[in-house]
Design a protein around this ligand. Structure first.
Ligand code: AMP
Length: 290
C-alpha cells in the first residue's frame, strides 16, 4: 500500500513507482510523467493538465536534484513545500506523486552520469557549468524508473527541453517528450518557483524581460539582424534595471546555435539577474515566411 498525503498517493521508492506503473500498463492505461522540483505553481499545473489530457494516469515527481546546482547556487534555500504541492496535485487530478530522497536517486557508490553534449554548451551552459549534465542524468533516471509513455516539460526551460529530446533519441529511451508553452503572470513575467525570491522593487522590474524578448522578435520580423536585435535587447534589460545580463541571444530553435538561417524557427532567450535572483525566459522567433 502506498503512503498518502491528504488524498494523493505517494511513492518514495523506485520499486513502488515501478510496481504501480506496471499495474497500470498491464491494464493498457497510458501513463504520463511530469518531473518537477516542487514549489508548484500554475506553470507546473499546466504540465499536469497537458498530461491529464493525453493519458489515463499522471505521475508528478518532486526531487530537488542536488547535482544540477552549482556550489554557489541556491540548492539549500530552494523553496520546498511538499504538503502544499500535494494538495495542488490532488486538486489537478494527479494520480501519483513520486518524491524520493537523495539516497534513493544517488545510492552510495553512484558513479555513472549522462553527458548532455553540444546542446549544453551555449546559453545557460556558459554560466552554469555541469548543470545540464546533472539535469540529463536525473531526467534519464526518472524516465527509466517511471517507464511512462509520455513525459511533459515546459518551454520555460527551453534549452533543457531540447537537451532532453536529444538524450531520449540518443539513448533510445522509450518515452515521447512533450513540450508545453510558458505560463505567465498577467504582466508577462514567466511563472517560476524562483520568483518567490524577488523583493517588491525587483518584482516590478522582472516583467521587462518578456517585453524585451517580444520586442527583439518584432525587430527581427521587421528586418533587423538577430545580432543587432540581441544587442539592443541586452541594453534594454540593463536600462530596465537588471543588475547583470548573462545573455540575450537569438538562436536556432533546434540546435541552439546563433540564428543565421531565417528560414528556420528560432528562439530569443535571455538570462539575467535581479539582485541574487537569476531569471530566464524565451520567446519563439517565427521562421521567415511562417
Ligand atoms: P522546475 O520545478 O522549475 O524544475 O520545473 C519543472 C517543469 O515545469 C519543467 O519542465 C519546467 O520547464 C516547467 N515549468 C516551470 N515554469 C513553467 C512555466 N512558467 N510555464 C510552463 N512550464 C513551466
Amino acid at each position: 500500500m502506498l503512503q498518502t498525503i491528504g488524498k494523493l498517493p505517494v511513492a518514495r521508492q523506485i520499486a513502488e513507482l515501478r510496481r504501480t506503473v506496471a499495474e497500470w500498463r498491464q491494464n493498457d492505461e497510458i501513463v504520463a510523467l511530469v518531473p518537477t522540483m516542487g514549489a508548484l505553481h500554475e506553470g507546473h499545473l499546466a504540465l499536469i493538465a497537458h498530461a491529464r489530457a493525453r493519458a489515463d494516469r499522471v505521475i508528478a515527481t518532486i526531487f530537488v536534484n542536488p547535482t544540477q546546482f552549482g556550489p554557489n547556487e541556491d540548492f539549500t534555500r530552494y523553496p520546498r513545500d511538499e504538503a502544499g504541492d500535494a494538495a495542488k496535485l490532488a486538486g489537478a487530478s494527479c494520480d501519483l506523486l513520486f518524491a524520493p530522497d537523495a539516497a534513493e536517486i544517488y545510492p552510495a557508490g553512484f558513479a555513472t552520469t549522462v553527458s548532455a553534449g553540444p546542446l549544453a554548451a551555449p546559453l545557460c551552459g556558459r554560466f552554469r557549468s555541469g548543470h545540464f549534465d546533472g539535469v540529463a542524468t536525473v531526467v534519464t533516471k526518472l524516465l527509466l524508473q517511471a517507464h511512462a509513455h509520455i513525459a511533459c516539460f515546459g518551454e520555460k526551460d527551453y534549452q533543457q527541453l531540447q537537451i532532453i529530446r536529444r538524450v531520449v533519441r540518443d539513448l533510445d529511451i522509450d518515452c515521447t517528450i512533450e513540450g508545453v508553452p510558458i505560463v505567465r503572470e498577467s504582466d508577462g513575467l514567466a511563472l517560476s518557483s524562483r520568483n518567490a525570491y524577488l523583493a517588491p522593487d525587483e518584482r516590478r522590474i522582472a516583467p521587462a524581460m518578456h517585453r524585451v524578448l517580444v520586442d527583439a522578435v518584432a525587430q527581427v520580423a521587421h528586418g533587423v539582424s538577430p545580432e543587432d536585435a540581441a544587442a539592443a535587447g541586452s541594453a534594454a534589460l540593463r536600462q530596465a534595471g537588471f543588475d547583470k545580463i548573462d545573455y540575450l541571444e537569438l538562436v536556432d530553435a533546434e540546435n541552439l546555435q546563433p540564428l543565421v538561417d531565417r528560414s528556420r524557427a528560432g528562439r530569443a532567450a535571455a538570462a539575467a539577474w535581479l539582485g541574487k535572483t537569476r531569471l530566464i525566459d524565451n520567446e519563439p522567433v517565427p521562421s521567415r515566411g511562417a
